[in-house]
Structure formats: structure tokens, C-alpha cells
Ligand binder design. Structure first.
Ligand SMILES: Cc1ncc(COP(=O)(O)O)c(C=O)c1O
Ligand SMILES: N[C@@H](CCCC[NH3+])C(=O)O
Length: 432
């Protein structure tokens, strides 16, 4: 199976996190997001232990909330003592609702509004990650008014191609994110920041992309960032305290995707960092990374009920489900691959090639094409889409006025609702 928390029972049903998906679908209805809490916690621990072992005390992983943000997940991150990366006042608000202490929160975004900046400071955010000079000026202004010194990292683009899909490739010079080392703008904003009285420059950040498997991408990014740090030490006497290498490690959506060994990857990055610091003659800063997908991706599965099954002779077969692009827009946006299973008929051969499509008024409302399901697929069957823990719920919409599914957490053989299913009333709650 694609992930270790998926198995097939003797009854021919898909089991997720040890629980029968047919029973879960009956209990909670479909569409349904499932999240394996134990896997989320265990992924956090793998990162935490690897950071401690390879980077030393002080260095820590920050969960990239954008991958999946709701109250319960921030409680889990708090319990697991993870830092977090947030990108909006909404994510900050949700973290606060969960009682998350924002000291270990890093506030990203390439365009923080004055309101965002003030809201984050009202709530004592630990760090801003400033994208550009305008933002630094806005943060300085707000910090001066409050008479505080705000800790901040600068987001730089190291000019690296991470060999992933274009939409999530963010570390190149031509990017809406960050300030480029190559153009001299990174140097310029560092000098500028060091001259501000209400900002403490804590270090530098970069993020090269997402769903990254390519060898040595993080090592190359780290070396470029450390060379830049050494240059800033030489020019301005500035000693980098923190280096944040962003998120991006990939997960397995299909059998052809490789397995990731996080401990091994982190140890390789640590070795490159140690070598580079030694040859540059600088101290190793605290190292942070911001994993999102690799914490929650494989911990998720979405269940749907099959509706119409349509065969167009000489063309294609379509299997329509009761969800679609509103709960998972990733195929529509990026042509993302997924493993789809007919969860109640796993003992049957899969010889029916079809497209699994949603119920929106939109041809592009597709979950996956060229899927092989059993020939007997029919109304009422259950489709399980694997590896939906990241960038599904967090990217969901109400397109066509379709309510969002609930999130049900699976833990120790029991299940509980963490986010309830949206109701029809919810759909109109802001309508006057
Ligand atoms: C700045 C930043 N940090 C972290 C992440 C999380 O990335 P991933 O979910 O691929 O680990 C992203 C998204 O790509 C990002 O833009
Ligand atoms: N939304 C993207 C990932 C974005 C990463 C954030 N920079 C995806 O679903 O793959």
C-alpha cells in the first residue's frame, strides 16, 4: 500500500489507521476527511528528534500551518512542542483559539497588511519573516509606536530550482516571494534592517519549493544562505542566529513516488551545514525547517460515495463522487497524482479505467484521471482517496455552495470530530 497506515481487511474493505473506512463513512457520512492523529504526532517526533540529533539544542521544526490549519491541529502542535509557521491573521487567530503560545510562531506572507502586522504584535508573535523592504518599514513603524523591539527574519531567494512543479517552485530569483541574493536586494535589506532601532534581525529564511524529492536541494540552499551569512558578517559584523530553510519534503501520492527518510535527509543537510560553516569560519546558527506536507499529507484520507457511473462508448468512463474540487482542488490546479481505491471492493480486480470526477458545474472538476477500479463500481460504493492530509481541507472552498466536509481524527482505535461538517445555515451565515 501507498502508506503504512492503509491496509485491506479480510472483508475487502480499506482500513485507515486501523479502522474500517466503511464503518467510518456510515458513522460520519461522506465526503469525509480522515486524519490519523498518531501518524501526525509520530511525524512531528521524527522531525524533532532528527533536529536535536543533527542540529543540536535550539534548532527546531516549525509546522507549516498552511498545509492543514484548524484548532485541534494547533493543540497537537502545542502538545508536541512544535514551532509553527503562519501566513495570515486567520491562521494566527486559529492558533490562539487552540491556546498555542505564539512565541514559537513565525509569521510569513509576501504581503502582510498593516492590520496583520498590528494583530500579530497585539498577540506577541515570536517572529516576523519579512519578505521585502516595504514590509520591514511597516514592521519598524508599528514596533516603534509600541516601543518594542520585534524579532524578525529576512526571506531571501537563493536562486535554486527545486525540480518540482512550477506552481510551488518559490526559491528562484524570479519569484513573488522574498528578496534575491543574486540581485543585491538581500544585502540591501539586511543593511537596512540592521539600521532599524525597533527590529532585531534574528536571521535569514529561504524556501525553495514543495513536494521536493530531488537530491541535495536543501544542502545547496543551505550553502548559499551560509555564504551570504558569512558575507554579512564580513561586511556588517552581523552574526546570523537563525537559519530557516523552509519546508518542502515530498510525500508519496502514488507508488512511483520515492520514500522519504526524514532523519537521513536532515542528517545530510546537517553535514553540509557543518562543512560549510567550518570552511566559511562561521558559527553554526540555529537551524529551522518548516515541514507541512510531510507532517500531515500521508496522515489524511478522503472518503466519497459514488453516484453516477457513466460510460461514453468509444470515449471514457466517468465515476462521479459526492465531493470534488471544492474539497480537493489539487488535480484541477496542478494535475496532482493521487491513489484512489474502491474502499468496499478491494478483493475485486481493477479492470475498469475511469476518471473520478466531482459534482461541480465545471469540466475541470476532476479528482484523478486514468484510475483503475473494479468493473462492478456502482452507485453507493465508497471511494477512498489517499494522502489528502495536506492542502485539501486548507484549500477547500464552497464553490457551487457545497458545504465543506468534516475532519474526523483517528487515534488509538477511536474516532472523534475535530471540525464539524458545514451546514446549509453555515453557507448563509454572512449573507445579509
Ligand atoms: C514559506 C513556506 N514554508 C513552508 C512551506 C511548507 O511546505 P511543505 O508543505 O511542502 O513542507 C511552504 C509551502 O510550500 C512555504 O511557502
Ligand atoms: N498548495 C500547494 C502547496 C503550496 C505550498 C505553499 N508554498 C499544493 O497543494 O501542492
Amino acid at each position: 500500500m501507498i502508506a503504512k497506515n492503509i491496509s485491506i481487511g479480510e472483508n475487502g474493505h480499506v482500513y485507515f489507521a486501523g479502522q474500517d473506512t466503511i464503518v467510518l463513512a456510515q458513522e460520519y457520512g461522506t465526503p469525509l476527511y480522515l486524519l490519523d492523529e498518531e501518524m501526525i504526532r509520530s511525524n512531528c517526533r521524527v522531525y524533532k528528534n532528527a533536529f536535536k540529533k543533527h542540529f543540536g539544542e535550539g534548532s527546531c521544526p516549525l509546522y507549516a500551518s498552511k498545509a492543514n490549519a484548524f484548532k485541534r491541529i494547533f493543540e497537537i502542535m502545542s502538545e508536541e512542542e512544535m514551532g509553527i509557521d503562519v501566513v495570515s491573521s486567520g491562521e494566527i487567530y486559529t492558533a490562539l483559539q487552540a491556546g498555542y503560545d505564539l512565541k514559537k510562531a513565525y509569521f510569513h506572507s509576501n504581503n502582510k497588511t498593516d492590520k496583520d502586522i498590528s494583530y500579530a504584535m497585539d498577540n506577541n508573535i515570536g517572529y516576523f519573516v519579512a519578505d521585502n523592504i516595504e514590509e520591514i518599514k511597516a514592521i519598524e513603524r508599528e514596533a516603534e509606536q509600541r516601543g518594542i523591539k520585534q524579532k524578525l527574519l529576512l526571506r531571501l531567494t537563493p536562486g535554486i530550482d527545486p525540480h518540482t512543479y512550477e506552481a510551488v517552485s518559490t526559491g528562484k530569483v524570479d519569484s513573488k516571494f522574498g528578496s534575491a541574493i543574486e540581485t543585491g536586494q538581500a544585502d540591501e535589506i539586511t543593511r537596512y534592517t540592521l539600521n532599524q532601532s525597533h527590529i532585531e534581525l534574528a536571521g535569514f529564511h529561504c524556501h525553495v519549493g514543495s513536494q521536493v524529492f530531488a537530491e541535495d536541494v536543501f544542502e545547496r540552499a543551505a550553502v548559499i544562505m551560509l555564504k551570504f551569512s558569512a558575507e554579512m558578517k564580513r561586511k556588517y559584523g552581523y552574526i546570523t542566529q537563525q537559519l530557516d530553510l523552509g519546508g518542502g519534503y515530498g510525500v508519496r501520492y502514488v507508488d512511483s513516488d520515492p520514500f522519504m527518510d526524514v532523519d537521513k535527509k536532515v542528517s545530510e543537510v546537517a553535514a553540509a551545514i557543518t562543512d560549510s560553516c567550518n570552511s566559511l569560519g562561521i558559527e553554526m546558527p540555529e537551524i529551522h525547517m518548516e515541514p507541512g506536507r510531510s507532517i500531515v499529507g500521508a496522515a489524511g484520507m478522503t472518503l466519497y460515495t459514488v453516484g453516477t457511473v457513466k460510460t461514453i462508448p468509444g470515449y471514457k468512463n466517468y465515476v462521479s463522487i459526492d465531493g470534488g474540487m471544492p474539497d480537493n482542488p489539487r488535480y484541477a490546479l496542478y494535475k496532482s497524482s493521487y491513489t484512489c481505491l474502491l474502499a468496499n471492493k478491494m478483493q475485486e480486480d481493477c479492470d475498469f479505467k475511469c476518471s473520478i470526477v466531482g459534482r461541480c458545474c465545471e469540466s475541470g472538476d476532476i479528482i484523478q484521471e486514468n484510475v483503475m477500479l473494479p468493473q462492478s463500481v456502482t452507485r453507493g460504493d465508497l471511494v477512498a482517496v489517499c494522502t489528502t492530509g495536506a492542502y485539501n481541507y486548507s484549500m477547500a472552498s464552497n464553490y457551487n455552495r457545497i458545504p465543506r466536509p468534516p475532519i474526523v481524527m483517528l487515534c488509538d482505535g477511536r474516532s472523534y470530530v475535530a471540525v464539524r461538517r458545514e451546514s446549509m445555515e453555515d453557507l448563509c451565515r454572512n449573507d445579509l
